[in-house]
Design a binder for this molecule. Structure first.
Ligand SMILES: *[C@@H]1O[C@H](CO)[C@@H](O)[C@H](O)[C@H]1NC(C)=O
Ligand SMILES: *[C@@H]1O[C@H](CO)[C@@H](O)[C@H](O)[C@H]1NC(C)=O
Ligand SMILES: CC(=O)N[C@H]1CO[C@H](CO)[C@@H](O)[C@@H]1O
Length: 260
């Protein structure tokens, strides 16, 4: 047993914060995980972080989506403000992989989309371009996608715009659900549900996805510690938690299985 695994907990949770931007990286991460698990005295649980699934506005949206009836159309509009004032602008690793800020930021908006509509994207057609040469390519994207439930939608993303906007809008036979980034004393999302008569009910949810995700993680770890009498360790496989964007492991595994 290696000195590393000798110190491993009986039940550890591997909190893995990764940018899985290609299958190779996923395979490396999985084999690293397997080699750690093989040597560990107990089960190691691996969680890939995606803070949007803890974002209160998206959780609320997921509950309300049933009220709009049959989904007819989805719009995901993202106009970012990734200019030189943005703290992530000069982050070197974000510039050194294929996909640039579109991928780095986009994973979250797609995670939000999948969460809201409750199903997977089955096909997509996209046009991209590189306009602002101080950003890595591509910096804008327009796509049409088709969901498993038969509904289609559009995803438009501009990395650096003068008029930042983030919006998910799902139109159904009985109403429309919209989640839009806003500011009401704090940054967050305004969730609006338009009913069959066009009446609108809105509530504002401040951002707290990152905090909630970390709380859930620490909570799981401490429960395991108390329940099983085990200690724990958290291993950072790559990058800094606070600075990292994450891809969804399941999707990648699916992609990997299908050899796409
Ligand atoms: C749409 O609303 C009507 C009236 O409120 C209701 O009877 C019907 O079941 C709803 N349809 C769906 C698909 O939810
Ligand atoms: C960057 O974008 C923000 C938000 O639109 C804006 O307030 C700021 O002035 C911009 N900075 C530069 C250098 O263009
Ligand atoms: C969505 C978007 O803004 N697309 C634009 C990207 O940039 C090209 C120019 O290179 C425009 O033609 C697109 O409309």
């Amino acid at each position: 047993m290696s000195p590393f695994s000798a110190h491993c907990a009986r039940l550890a949770r591997l909190f893995c914060d990764l940018l899985l931007s290609c299958i190779n990286e996923l395979e490396t991460a999985l084999s690293t995980y397997k080699s750690i698990s093989a040597d560990a005295p107990g089960q190691i649980i691996w969680s890939v972080a995606e803070n949007y699934r803890f974002e209160p506005a998206l959780i609320e949206g997921k509950k309300l989506i049933a009220d709009i009836g049959k989904m007819m159309s989805v719009q995901v509009i993202v106009e970012g403000s990734m200019n030189s004032s943005n703290p992530y602008f000069s982050s070197s690793w974000r510039r050194s992989f294929t996909g640039g800020f579109i991928l780095d930021m986009g994973v979250h908006f797609i995670a939000g989309l999948r969460m809201l509509v409750g199903c997977e994207v089955v096909s997509v057609s996209t046009m991209t371009s590189h306009v602002d040469l101080i950003l890595p390519p591509p910096d804008n994207l327009s796509s049409v996608f088709h969901l498993e439930n038969g509904c289609s939608g559009v995803f438009v993303m501009v990395v650096s715009s003068r008029s930042p906007k983030i919006l998910w809008r799902v139109v159904g036979t009985n109403g429309t659900l919209q989640i839009e980034r806003g500011f009401q004393g704090q940054h967050g999302y305004l969730v609006s549900l338009y009913d069959a008569n066009g009446q609108c009910k809105s509530s504002f949810f401040p951002f707290s996805g990152v905090t909630e995700e970390l709380k859930a993680f620490f909570n799981d770890v401490s429960e395991n510690t108390l329940k099983k009498g085990a200690s724990f360790m958290s291993i950072k496989v790559s990058f800094d938690i606070s600075k990292t964007k994450v891809e969804d492991l399941e999707v990648r595994q699916e992609v990997s299985k299908n050899g796409r």
